[in-house]
Design a protein around this ligand. Structure first.
Ligand code: ZN
Length: 254
């Protein structure tokens, strides 16, 4: 299951990213995995350079990496794989700045869905985590992998709709959901839980932030979510989280 990983050096433009597969030394199931995989809070986020550097390779890896870019900083190569076709914004010898967009996340090579495989090469592949965590690449203090926020969301919903709090959503949870909208249950406790969840997903709550009230900004977010994630037809995009229906189903990943 995806974990939210707080890192100092951003790798995705939107700033929220989830670790889906760890480097081999921390994951015995992936003993040959030479980097770390991240997915974004939006389906296809842009990838940014984690440090200033010079592009030393742009190409395609037939071994499964797909489109990839390598950027060299102080003799260390930062490598980004599975880039979407025709999105690479840099060429060999270009100087890039930390935070600069270099390409868009894709699924080229043997990627399972949109993700970025990030690797560090220094006389062979090494664990990327220290490089993402700190200015000092050999100091890994402060490394934090949080409980994933989806489970927290499910538990909160379960508590509020009065079903067993297991953190695992099922039909029982879905069947007890209620309608939430600008006009219905607009101050229900679930609104706050939903706001926190949407924020974690990368949506902008606007100036009111997490206030527990379903206002115009929440309606906008729900419509955006219905369009982009639930993929409802225009006719069904209504900004209403209807009891037991598609939007709840999608939020609960059912
Ligand atoms: Zn990978």
């Amino acid at each position: 299951m995806a974990k939210k990983l707080l890192v100092k050096n951003k790798i995705l433009k939107r700033g929220v990213h989830y670790l889906t597969s760890d480097y081999k030394s921390r994951n015995e199931n992936r003993s040959t995995h030479n980097g770390m995989d991240f997915v974004g809070s939006v389906k296809q986020d842009d990838i940014v350079a984690i440090e200033d550097g010079v592009v030393n390779y742009v190409g395609y890896d037939k071994g499964g990496g797909g489109n990839w870019i390598s950027i060299k900083t102080n003799g260390i190569e930062h490598r980004y794989f599975h880039l979407a076709n025709n999105t690479t914004k840099v060429k060999v010898n270009d100087k890039v700045k930390k935070g600069e967009v270099i390409a868009t996340m894709g699924e080229t090579g043997n990627a399972t869905g949109y993700n970025v495989h990030f690797a560090i090469y220094k006389n062979g592949y090494v664990d990327p985590l220290p490089y993402l965590m700190n200015d000092d690449p050999f100091n890994i203090k402060g490394c934090t992998v949080l409980d994933d926020f989806y489970t927290t969301f499910v538990k909160s919903v379960q508590a509020l709709v009065g079903v067993e709090v297991s953190g695992i959503a099922g039909e029982d949870t879905l069947n007890n959901t209620i309608t939430i909208s600008k006009n219905i249950n607009r101050k229900n406790g679930l609104v706050k839980v939903l706001q926190i969840y949407f924020q974690e997903l990368g949506y902008d709550l606007g100036s009111y932030g997490i206030d527990g009230v379903f206002g115009p900004q929440m309606e906008k977010i729900v419509k955006q979510y219905q369009k982009e994630v639930v993929k409802l037809s225009d006719k069904l995009i209504d900004g209403i989280i209807t009891a037991k229906k598609y939007t709840w189903k999608s939020l609960l990943k059912l």
